[in-house]
Ligand binder design. Structure first.
Ligand SMILES: NC(=O)c1ccc[n+]([C@@H]2O[C@H](COP(=O)([O-])OP(=O)(O)OC[C@H]3O[C@@H](n4cnc5c(N)ncnc54)[C@H](O)[C@@H]3O)[C@@H](O)[C@H]2O)c1
Ligand SMILES: O=P(O)(O)OC[C@H](O)CO
Length: 336
């Protein structure tokens, strides 16, 4: 298979991977999707459709696909990674030897690795040995279904090499997708990872029928604890008020399209974690990342009460009523 020159290799034939392939293709960037399943790769390559995730939406002609990771990476200007955060290390280790010297890696993943507490860009740097300036992240209010439908959205592309972020910005800027750049990788990534946990909390409250005030409290105080953690780890506070922070938090916590919010709603209605997982059967990053984020926060003496309560609910250590009470009955304090 001969690859188009300077293409983006999108490693994921899943929900967001396919959507970003469409965005890149619509922006005029040649794309090679790497899908694990032959029927997905074949269908994208020959019919420009992903039958498993987005059967009704046609992908641009600039998007093709393969199951061969080496072929997908050959000559790639970008390696765009969009697989579940907890599988990143193992999968990337297999692909890393085939990453070219001019390839920039772009992470779309919104999770923190269990055990190590590393953000996806840190895992990427560790596994590939690449310097941080060759690793960018893209994050924001990006519900894949809306983007596949061509509805307007924006995102933040963060990289310590601003010009690398600008190049990817140009590669994925379309009439419906407006990327901004940033050099705050830490803030951008943590905003994306923690909002999944807050969306679980909002979903739980929704499932319990606690009302819109409670949802607004969780979103607002969720942003406060996300910002505390991110700033403690070196992020700029303004990043958390931006698209990858507040923007993504609002979209995810408000939309029934969110898998994390939906998962929380199942828990709030009384389902167990196993039952909720069986209902959703998709990547729900907050479920796995919650404990890792809490451990990361504790290691830096950062208080994250909502994340803590969500973690105890996921571990079935408290009842839902006890979880709500644990938040409401915390000692009174100033708002900050
Ligand atoms: N779906 C969205 O709306 C959306 C939007 C923004 C960011 N994200 C983030 O993108 C990431 C991927 O989410 P998604 O929604 O596309 O998930 P998904 O489940 O739809 O797709 C995941 C893809 O990863 C592949 N995969 C699964 N396990 C793998 C493994 N062990 N090794 C290699 N590949 C594996 C699957 O085959 C699939 O192609 C997550 O971190 C998520 O938070 C998702
Ligand atoms: O469906 P979720 O909960 O994984 O959220 C999807 C995106 O991250 C929203 O920006």
């Amino acid at each position: 298979m001969t690859q188009p020159s300077g293409h983006a290799a999108v490693f994921s034939g899943g929900s967001w991977g396919t959507a970003i392939a469409k965005v890149l293709g619509d922006a005029g960037t040649p794309v090679v999707v790497h899908a694990r399943r032959a029927e997905i790769a074949d269908s994208i390559a020959t019919r420009h459709r992903n039958p498993a995730y987005w059967p009704d939406t046609e992908l641009p002609p600039a998007v093709t696909a393969t199951t061969d990771p080496v072929a997908a990476l050959d000559g790639a200007q970008y390696l765009v990674l969009s697989i579940p955060a907890q599988s990143l290390r193992t999968s990337l280790a297999q692909w890393a030897p085939h990453i070219g010297p001019a390839t920039t890696i772009v992470s779309l993943m919104k999770g923190v690795e269990t055990g190590t507490h590393l953000r996806a860009s840190q895992v990427i740097a560790e596994v590939t040995g690449l310097p941080a300036y060759r690793v960018a992240v893209l994050s924001g209010p990006n519900l894949a279904a809306e983007i596949m439908a061509g509805q307007p959205a924006a995102a933040t592309i963060a990289c310590i090499d601003e010009q690398a972020a600008e190049r990817f910005q140009a590669a994925c800027h379309t009439s419906y997708f407006r990327p901004y750049t940033s050099m705050d990788v830490i803030g951008c990534e943590l905003g994306g990872a923690v909002k999944n946990v807050i969306a679980l909390a909002v979903g739980i409250a929704d499932g319990m029928g606690l009302g819109h005030n409670a949802a607004a409290v969780l979103i607002t105080r969720g942003l406060a604890e996300t910002t505390r953690l991110a700033v403690a780890l070196g992020a700029h506070p303004a990043t958390l008020a931006g698209l990858s922070g507040l923007g993504d938090l609002v979209a995810t916590c408000s939309s029934p399209l969110s898998r994390n919010r939906t998962f929380g709603t199942y828990l709030g209605r009384g389902l167990t974690v196993t039952q909720a997982a069986a209902e959703t059967r998709t990547t729900t990053e907050g479920v796995k990342s919650a404990e890792a984020i809490l451990e990361l926060a504790r290691a830096h003496s950062v208080e994250m009460p909502i994340t803590e309560v969500v973690t105890t609910v996921l571990q079935h250590k408290v009842t839902l009523a006890e979880a709500a009470a644990a938040l409401l009955q915390r000692p009174p304090k100033p708002e900050r």
